[in-house]
Design a protein around this ligand. Sequence first.
Ligand code: MF3
Ligand code: CO
Ligand code: CO
Length: 258
Amino acid sequence: MITYKTPAEIEKMRAAGVVLYEALKAVKAAVRPGVTTLELDGIAERVIRSYGAIPSEKGYEGFPGSICASPDDMVVHGIPSDKVVLKEGQIISIDCTVLLDGYQVDAARTFPVGRISAEAQSLIDAAKEAFGKGLEQALAGNRIGDISNAIQTCVEGHGYGVVRSLCGHGIGKEMHEDPEVPNFGRAGHGLRLRQGLCIAVEPMITAGDYKVYIAADDWAFLTRDHSLSAHYENTLAITASGAPLILTMPDGFEGEDV
Ligand code: MF3
Ligand code: CO
Ligand code: CO
């Protein structure tokens, strides 16, 4: 079901977005060679609970973490673990959702672990750039396909792959609401955007082939060819006219990022 949020509901989501932003910032500050993804999980959970909010991935369909922590060729849904010790040169995607006052927000970033290759940094940068191209299309009157196509065009223009089997999504009282927001597709197609629609836009991109498989833990998605993958996500609210509100970026897209 598609729900359109009132200004009061969007304010609640914005408040949740500040908590999520602070959690991601704290995780970023802790990412270094030698840290485990379970330690990062604990940091995010502590920050989120310190605001009286809930790390809503925990328990979602049985997921055990407060964050998804997905290194290198893992695309998304990595289970935090004390066995996963980050090493210099890796990249780590952190995806987290926060529930506050009945409303959800969702955001992800991919961080370098120590010094990384220029190739890995380019992939990280392209994921943010692709999100930005989608953002430019997130305008009342446009369609979901305009966002999808802008992301795909950007990613493939860099020679990278766009994961097809995972999508962005509507968000509000539920973490996942309609509509789906694919990262590929045709401009001019799909649901028409209008004021109050809240969506998570989340390009998941690969340095090689876009095909993925699910790991033996039944959660993690990995690239089939084991090429690197990066993820960048924010929760947006479509406005009556002009740019959307980026509920998980308190300083806006051009401002300070996590
Ligand atoms: N944050 C994810 C998304 O972008 C969903 C998390 S799945 C969970 O849609 F199991 F970890 F909760
Ligand atoms: Co997410
Ligand atoms: Co999402």
